[in-house]
Design a protein around this ligand. Structure first.
Ligand code: NDP
Length: 336
């Protein structure tokens, strides 16, 4: 009964650490909680949706006055849980703060082993939720076949860069779109896409997709929605599949545009399926094994955009919506 509420403790720890840098001890015995020192925080587009009370969202809104919550990589400082001991590295939901006091079961924490050849922060991207989204979305939702024509939007981002590389490994022809020349260059020259284009330089997306896919698109992995989804719908092949992964272009709009080509779904029998990576968690161990092995064999690469310091987190998160990030956006809060 003497233990303060978790959120009170978290706020207190952050404030004391930031303002005075004194060492404090937190009594967690018999609380079932663990104290984490946060090392890396993930910036993810869905966090924008948590900043408004949007009835169709699948996660509850952030609570004003409390630190944001999101995926992180942390080290256990103190533990009242038999499953975690001080020194362990973990990933799961943590706070945007230097230290977090959490209940492991509520935060979906899992232990990760530090590897010499895999950065810990990769558990927020390649080997974490975005990587798994790419893997599950591509294989389970898109049901790809060798030789098919695949289009990926936001292709250089955390999810898109892996979708494109998995599609290439699967024997598909892959085109990606991104918002700068630098990203287009990465897609073609580092990530192995067959083609890529800067959608901001393309006044007519329908004509652009016709140019890159004269035979039409079999699979569209949609990360952006809006005009690009509309243009892709008009260029799908019969029995094409669209994985409606995200609609980042709509996140900041108060008046989302209409989709003119939706009707194509019917005559072309296109399957467009919304999905959540959490629907496929039974495949998570297989995903980790495959992608780790591809990475170790040099068959895939992964690009991170690392910002330094907790104070850089808000602008990095906002930057996702203007395309400031090049690759997976991560914040380094502390050194290992
Ligand atoms: P990214 O790392 O790709 O970052 C977001 C990118 O979106 C930006 O870099 C920018 O790239 C692009 N973007 C921003 N605003 C716009 C706009 N108005 N129009 C077009 N593109 C824009 O993010 P993630 O890879 O983490 O996420 C990609 C998508 O996947 C998001 O929609 C996200 O919500 C979704 N998602 C869905 C999950 C699920 O379970 N269904 C799980 C995880 C993510 P550029 O410069 O190329 O425009």
């Amino acid at each position: 009964e003497t233990i303060p509420k978790e959120t009170d403790m978290v706020l207190k720890v952050s404030q004391i650490e930031i303002e005075t840098e004194i060492e404090i001890e937190i009594e967690i015995e018999r609380s079932g909680q663990i104290l984490l020192r946060n090392l890396y925080l993930s910036c993810d587009p869905y966090m924008r949706g948590r900043m408004r009370n949007f009835h169709a969202s699948y996660v509850p809104p952030f609570v004003p006055g409390q630190p944001l919550k999101g995926y992180g990589v942390s080290q256990v400082v103190n533990s009242d849980s038999p499953d975690f001991k001080p020194g362990d590295y973990v990933t799961g939901i943590t706070g945007w703060e230097q230290y977090s006091l959490v209940r492991p079961t509520q935060q979906h924490l899992r232990k990760i082993l530090p590897d010499d050849d895999i950065p810990l922060s990769f558990h927020l991207g390649l080997l974490g939720m975005p990587g798994f989204t790419a893997y599950a979305g591509f294989f389970e939702v898109c049901t790809p076949k060798k030789g098919e024509y695949v289009f990926v939007s936001a292709a250089s981002g955390a999810v898109g860069q892996l979708v494109g590389q998995l599609a290439k490994l699967h024997g598909c022809y892959v085109v990606g779109s991104a918002g700068t020349t630098q990203k287009v260059d990465l897609l073609k020259n580092k990530l192995g896409f067959d083609e890529a284009f800067n959608y901001k330089d393309e006044p007519n997306l329908d004509a652009t997709l016709k140019r890159y896919f004269p035979q039409g698109i079999d699979i569209y992995f949609d990360n952006v929605g809006g005009d690009m989804l509309d243009a892709a719908l008009g260029n799908m092949r019969v029995f094409g599949r669209i994985a409606a992964c995200g609609m980042v272009s709509l996140h900041s709009l108060s008046d989302p545009q209409k989709l003119h080509n939706l009707y194509n779904l019917i005559p072309k029998r296109i399957k467009i399926q919304g999905f959540l990576q959490s629907d496929y968690l039974e495949s998570f161990p297989r995903f980790l094994e495959h992608v780790t092995s591809y990475y170790r064999q040099g068959k895939i690469v992964y690009i991170e955009d690392m910002n330094e310091g907790l104070e850089s987190a808000p602008s990095a998160l906002v930057g996702l919506f203007s395309g400031k990030n090049v690759g997976k956006q991560v914040i380094r809060v502390a050194h290992q």
